[in-house]
Design a protein around this ligand. Structure first.
Ligand code: GLC
Length: 633
C-alpha cells in the first residue's frame, strides 16, 4: 500500500516503522563488516577498513612501541598497531613459552578491544634462531651460513626459526639481514652472509623458509603462509655493510653503479620472494641519511622495485636523522614519514611521536595520501598473513622451541659452516681428522668452554652473554668429550703454561680462541685481534705439541702471526648452541666442505679488501677452504 494513500492517522506509525527498518538495516550493516570477512578480496577489505578509520586510528597503525611501555590500556588508548621486543627484552629472565604467549596475547587483547579491533603485529629479532628466548635453538650467525652456499639448508633454518618464533606467539621476525659487509671492522659483519652479493642473494631463500613459498603466479606481494610462518624483514635498506672503515651507522661513500650492483641485488630477490617488510638502515649513502632518503625508499624500493609490503624504521631510526639524535623531532618525523617509512619503531616516546605526526598531517605538511599509503601497506601485510582471523596465540607449537629436530638441523649447519684453512705443517701428515682414540689430549683456549662466546651477540641479551649460564647448548669442550673414545683422557686448561703442556704427554691439542660477544657498534674494531689470552694460548700450546686452532669469531681476525706454528687451522665463526657440529668434523664423522665467504686478510692495514679488488693479497682468499673426507669407521 503506498504511503501517500494512507489516512492521516496511519502516517506516524509508518514513519516509526521506517525508522525501525533503517535502524535494523544499520545494525545489519554493523554486523557485517566487509573488512572482517576473509572471503572478501584483500583490496576490498583494505578499502572498507580504510574508509572507517579516523586519522588517530591510521597514525596508530604506523606506530611500533617496545613491550616495556606496552599495555592493553596503551594499545587501546593510542590505537597502537605494533609492538616489539628489542634485543634481550623478555617477559622475564628465562621466560617460558607460556610466559611469552601470555604477554603477547595480553597486549593483543588491548588492540582488539579498540573500536575497529585491528590486531597488532608483534616483532622480534630472530636473526639466528629465536635468539632472545631461553632454550631456543641458536643457529650459526649469517657469516657461517654464507660459507655453506646452501640455500636449501638456509630455507630449512628459516622454517625452523618460524616455528620457534610462532611457538612464543610472535608472527614477525626482523630477519634476514641482507647486508653485504665490505669491511670486517664493522661490528655487524657477522650478520652479513658474505662480501659477495651473489651469496647474499642466494641466502634470501631464508625468506620463503620464514614466510612460506609464494603461491605460483603471485609475484612480489607480501605473503605469509599461516600460523607456522612469520612475516620477514629484509634489512637494512640500503648499503649498511658499506660504510667507511666499517663504522656502524655511518656513511657509505659509493658510486651509484656499486650501490646498485653490490648492495641492492638481494632486495630484488627478497621482494620477488614476497618479503613482507623492509627495514631502513641507520647509515647514510653519500651523506644522505637513509631514514630521510625518499629517492631510494619511495622512488626506488616502492616505485621502481614495486615493493608492496611495509617499510619500517630502525630503533629510534628517525631520531638519528639529526645529529645529535632527537635534536629536532618534528623534522625527524617529517623527514622519515615523507621519505616513505610506513611504520616507525619509536619505540618508547610514542605519545610525542603520535602528537607530532598528527600535527604535521593536520597542518597539511604531510599529505593524507602519504598516511593512506603507509596504512594500506600495513593492513595489506596484516590481512595477508591472516592476523585478523588468528590474532591470538596458543600453545600448540610449544614443543617446537629448541626441539631435537631443530638442534640437529643447527648441528648440520655448524658442520657445513666450518672452513679448514690449514692441515699439516712442514710436510707433516695432515693433522685432521683427529684420532678419537689417544691416551691423553689437551683442550685449551678462552672459547673452548664458553657457550656465550660460541653464540655471539644477539643471544639472550642484545650484546650476548659470556659464559655457560645463558641457555641450553653444547660447548666445543663438551662436544670433544662426547666424541672421543672413552679411553681418551681429555684435559682442559684455558691458558696453560708451557711447562704444563711440555710435561703433559699430550697426543695433540685443540686450542679454541676468538672474539668476545658483541652487537652493532660495540663490535666495531680497528685491530680485529684475538681476545684475551687466546694468542698466548696458541703460542704456548702449539709451540710444544701438535695443535689444531679453532677460531670462534664474527669475522676474520688477525691470525697471520700464528699460522706458521699451527698444524691445523679451522674457522668456526659463531656456531651457536650446537657445538657438537664442530667435533663431528674435527674427528672425521663428517668432512670439511666450507669455503670462505669472506676474504681473510693478512693485516688490518689492507682493509677494506674484497674479492675482485685490484690490490688483492689475502692470507686466505675468498672461496678458499680445504676439504677432508669423512672417516670410514
Ligand atoms: C637494532 C638493529 C636492528 C633491529 C632493531 C630492533 O638497533 O639495528 O637490526 O632489528 O634495532 O631490535
Amino acid at each position: 500500500m503506498g504511503v501517500a494513500k494512507m489516512g492521516r492517522s496511519a502516517r506516524p506509525l509508518v514513519g516509526f516503522g521506517l525508522l525501525v527498518l533503517c535502524f535494523m538495516a544499520a545494525m545489519a550493516e554493523d554486523e557485517y563488516l566487509k573488512y572482517k570477512d576473509p572471503k572478501q578480496p584483500l583490496g576490498a577489505r583494505i578499502k572498507d577498513l580504510m574508509k572507517r578509520m579516523s586519522l588517530e586510528e591510521k597514525i596508530g597503525q604506523m606506530t611500533q612501541i617496545e613491550r616495556k611501555v606496552a599495555s592493553a590500556d596503551v594499545m587501546k588508548q593510542y590505537f597502537i598497531g605494533s609492538v616489539l621486543s628489542g634485543g634481550g627484552s623478555v617477559p622475564a629472565p628465562k621466560a617460558s613459552v607460556q610466559d611469552w604467549v601470555n604477554m603477547v596475547n595480553e597486549i593483543q587483547k588491548g588492540a582488539l578491544s579498540t573500536r575497529l579491533g585491528i590486531p597488532m603485529i608483534y616483532g622480534i629479532d630472530a636473526v639466528h634462531g629465536h635468539n632472545n628466548v631461553y632454550k631456543a635453538t641458536i643457529f650459526p650467525h649469517n657469516i657461517g651460513l654464507g660459507v655453506t652456499r646452501d640455500p636449501e639448508l638456509v630455507k630449512r633454518i628459516g622454517a625452523a626459526t618460524a616455528l620457534e618464533v610462532r611457538a612464543t606467539g610472535i608472527p614477525y621476525a626482523f630477519a634476514p639481514c641482507i647486508a653485504v659487509c665490505r669491511d670486517p671492522r664493522w661490528g655487524r659483519c657477522y650478520e652479513s652472509y658474505s662480501e659477495d652479493h651473489k651469496i647474499v642473494q642466494m641466502m634470501t631463500e631464508i625468506i620463503p623458509g620464514l614466510q612460506g613459498d609464494l603461491p605460483p603466479k603471485s609475484r612480489s606481494v607480501p605473503f605469509v603462509a599461516g600460523k607456522t610462518k612469520v612475516a620477514a624483514c629484509a634489512k637494512h635498506f640500503v648499503g649498511d655493510g658499506g660504510t667507511v672503515k666499517g663504522v656502524d651507522e655511518s656513511n657509505t661513500v659509493i658510486n651509484i653503479k656499486d650501490l646498485f650492483s653490490i648492495h641492492m641485488p638481494a632486495y630484488y630477490d627478497s621482494i620477488k620472494k614476497g618479503v613482507a617488510t623492509v627495514m631502513v638502515s641507520y647509515s647514510s649513502v653519500n651523506g644522505e641519511k637513509m631514514h630521510a632518503n625518499g629517492n631510494l625508499v619511495t622512488g626506488f624500493l616502492k616505485n621502481k622495485l614495486k615493493f608492496r609490503g611495509f617499510v619500517i624504521s630502525d630503533w629510534q631510526g628517525i631520531d638519528r636523522i639529526t645529529n645529535p639524535p632527537h635534536a629536532n623531532y618534528t623534522y625527524s618525523v617529517y623527514a622519515g614519514i615523507l621519505a616513505g617509512i610506513d611504520m616507525i619503531m619509536v619505540p618508547e616516546n610514542y605519545a610525542e611521536y603520535l602528537s607530532t605526526l598528527t600535527e604535521l598531517v593536520k597542518k597539511n605538511v604531510i599529505p593524507m595520501s602519504r598516511i593512506n599509503d603507509a596504512v594500506k601497506r600495513i593492513l595489506r601485510v596484516k590481512f595477508a598473513m591472516g592476523l585478523f582471523e588468528n590474532p591470538l596465540a596458543d600453545l600448540s607449537l610449544a614443543n617446537q622451541l629448541g626441539s631435537q629436530e631443530h638442534r640437529e638441523l643447527a648441528r648440520e649447519a655448524v658442520r657445513k659452516s666450518l672452513v679448514l684453512l690449514k692441515n699439516g705443517k712442514n710436510g707433516h701428515y695432515p693433522l685432521l681428522p683427529l684420532p678419537k682414540k689417544a691416551p691423553k689430549i689437551l683442550v685449551a683456549g678462552t672459547h673452548a668452554d664458553n657457550l656465550g662466546f660460541q653464540c655471539g651477540g644477539w643471544t639472550i641479551e642484545w650484546q650476548g652473554v659470556p659464559g655457560n649460564d645463558l641457555t641450553a647448548g653444547t660447548t666445543i669442550l663438551t662436544a670433544v668429550k662426547n666424541t672421543v673414545d672413552p679411553s681418551t683422557q681429555v684435559v682442559f686448561q684455558e691458558n696453560p703454561d708451557a711447562g704444563f703442556v711440555k710435561s703433559g704427554g699430550f697426543s695433540y691439542a685443540i686450542v679454541v680462541v676468538g672474539e668476545v660477544a658483541y652487537a652493532e657498534m660495540f663490535g666495531d674494531s680497528a685491530n680485529l685481534t684475538i681476545a684475551g689470552t687466546g694468542g698466548a694460548a696458541i703460542n704456548t700450546v702449539c709451540g710444544a705439541v701438535k695443535c689444531v686452532v679453532v677460531v670462534v669469531s664474527g669475522r676474520p681476525v688477525v691470525i697471520e702471526p700464528y699460522v706458521a706454528k699451527i698444524d691445523a687451522l679451522v674457522a668456526a665463526w659463531l656456531p651457536g648452541t650446537e657445538g657438537q657440529g664442530v667435533a663431528d668434523v674435527l674427528f672425521g664423522d663428517y668432512g670439511f666442505s666450507g669455503k670462505l665467504a669472506r676474504t681473510w686478510f693478512k693485516s688490518v692495514d689492507q682493509l677494506p679488501m674484497n674479492v675482485g679488488d685490484r690490490h688483492y693479497d689475502p692470507l686466505f682468499a675468498f672461496g678458499f677452504g680445504l676439504t677432508t673426507k669423512p672417516k670410514v669407521n
